[in-house]
Ligand binder design. Structure first.
Ligand SMILES: *Cc1c(COP(=O)(O)O)cnc(C)c1O
Length: 411
């Protein structure tokens, strides 16, 4: 559907994509031409506050001036080498990244799902070489409702039938247990278990926060049974929740961090697996890799992103503005909103079905100059860039308040 007030040019932009792109997404009906900070501008010059941030890939804002400068300088010098040689800026990036994580080694990749796949391979190899699991028998425990990406192996352990239907046969070796249930997790661990893979907060599932004590319980079980705890912080990490990692708020240090999305500074895809040498060291030359992983452009942008996080300013913004956001969202409970979850500048807002779906409210928000997307039917996910101001935040929550009131009046 398109807005009748859109120019012919905008409608044409949308129609072309619908014609030539595979239909694996259901975008909001708007054609974006540029972005700056927390704002996006469509082809007609209308401005929107970005409350999606490309699923948290834009934590530091669109066209962040410092990141653009770093990327532009690097582009003029060297962009792609492959890991067949030693690029001069990869060391500084990985040293800074591992220091940020309090770990010893990192494997640079590109997209988030590649970091997940890489960690699964590392965990299996660690299981056979270090833990002594008979080769071919390793199992990895995952959580119901997980989202870790879209490859065959990763959807093999998805509980979302849309992600799995007609994509089989699937990769074996995974066991799924309810998120938040330590007893079920404990019962699922046996001699073949090499890893527990968990999103500290389940993002796609609707910004589902874990019950108190859950992540530390996962950590204890993993340690007690000599199993790797793999924290997929691809969406929850790098400042989104008010700390560098959400695990920090639970006082937990996982064996492996999976990072992606915001690590690329909203410029290019950068992901990584970060851990200690006793785990990361199982990989030998030729066993795993990526032509583009850790390329010089990525190393330059990745280092600048890590430096940005070292100051703590982004995390503090997320904490402070997040408190404001959540206070305001709480006041919408009973006014078209049935539940609000999340931490920092990240919220899952459940829309009262009497008012429509998350998508319906998202389309109303679009017409009021706010871009936000639904997840799983009734939930609207809010995740503005961390560079947003308090005034901009208020504009968007005002728009949401109006959108809900209008939906209620029309329902
Ligand atoms: C987005 C996401 C991924 C996959 O990242 P891509 O870059 O889309 O491959 C994996 N895990 C989590 C938690 C995510 O949010």
């Amino acid at each position: 559907m398109t807005d009748p007030q859109q120019s012919a040019a905008q409608q044409q932009s949308i129609a072309r994509i619908e014609t030539y792109a595979a239909h694996n997404y259901h975008p909001l009906p708007v054609a974006i031409a540029s972005g700056s900070g927390a704002w996006l501008t469509d082809v007609d010059g209308n401005r929107y506050l970005d409350f999606l941030s490309a699923y948290s890939a834009v934590n530091f804002g669109h066209s962040n001036p410092h990141l653009i400068q770093v990327a532009t300088e690097q582009l003029g010098r060297l962009a792609i080498t492959s890991r067949a040689v030693y690029a001069d800026n990869l060391g500084p990036f990985l040293e800074a990244l591992t220091t940020l994580c309090g770990k010893q080694m990192a494997l640079p990749m590109n997209t988030g799902v590649e970091a997940v796949e890489s960690a699964l391979k590392i965990a299996r190899k660690w299981g056979y070489q270090v833990k002594g699991v008979p080769e071919g028998a390793a199992t990895i425990i995952v959580m119901d409702g997980n989202f870790h990406g879209r490859t065959i192996s990763v959807v093999s352990f998805s509980s979302d039938t849309v992600a799995t239907t007609e994509f089989g046969p699937f990769t074996p070796g995974f066991v799924s247990v309810p998120f938040g249930d330590l007893d079920a997790l404990a019962a699922a661990i046996d001699d073949t278990t090499v890893a527990i893979l968990v999103e500290p907060i389940q993002g796609e599932a609707g910004v589902i926060t874990p019950p108190p004590g859950y992540l530390s319980g996962v950590r204890e079980l993993a340690t007690r049974h000599r199993v790797l705890m793999i924290a997929d912080e691809i969406q929850s990490g790098l400042g989104r929740t008010g700390t560098t990692f959400y695990c920090e708020q639970a006082g937990v240090i996982p064996d492996l961090y999976l990072l992606g999305k915001a690590l690329g500074g909203a410029i290019l895809p950068i992901s990584a697996v970060v851990g200690d040498a006793d785990v990361m060291g199982v990989l030998r030359p030729g066993e795993h890799g990526s032509t583009f992983g850790g390329n010089p452009l990525a190393a330059a942008v990745g280092l600048a992103v890590v430096e940005l996080l070292q100051t703590g300013e982004m995390q503090a913004r997320s904490r402070e503005l997040g408190t404001h956001l959540h206070t305001r969202l709480q006041s919408l409970l009973g006014h078209g909103v049935t539940q609000v979850r999340g931490v920092g500048l990240w919220a899952g807002v459940d829309i009262d079905p009497a008012l429509g779906t998350g998508r319906d409210i998202g389309e109303r928000l679009l017409s009021k100059g706010v871009i936000a997307k639904d997840t799983h039917g009734q939930t609207l996910r809010l995740a503005p860039p961390l560079v947003i101001t308090a005034d901009e935040l208020d504009l968007a929550v005002d728009a949401l308040t109006e959108a809900l009131a209008e939906a209620a009046a029309q329902g």
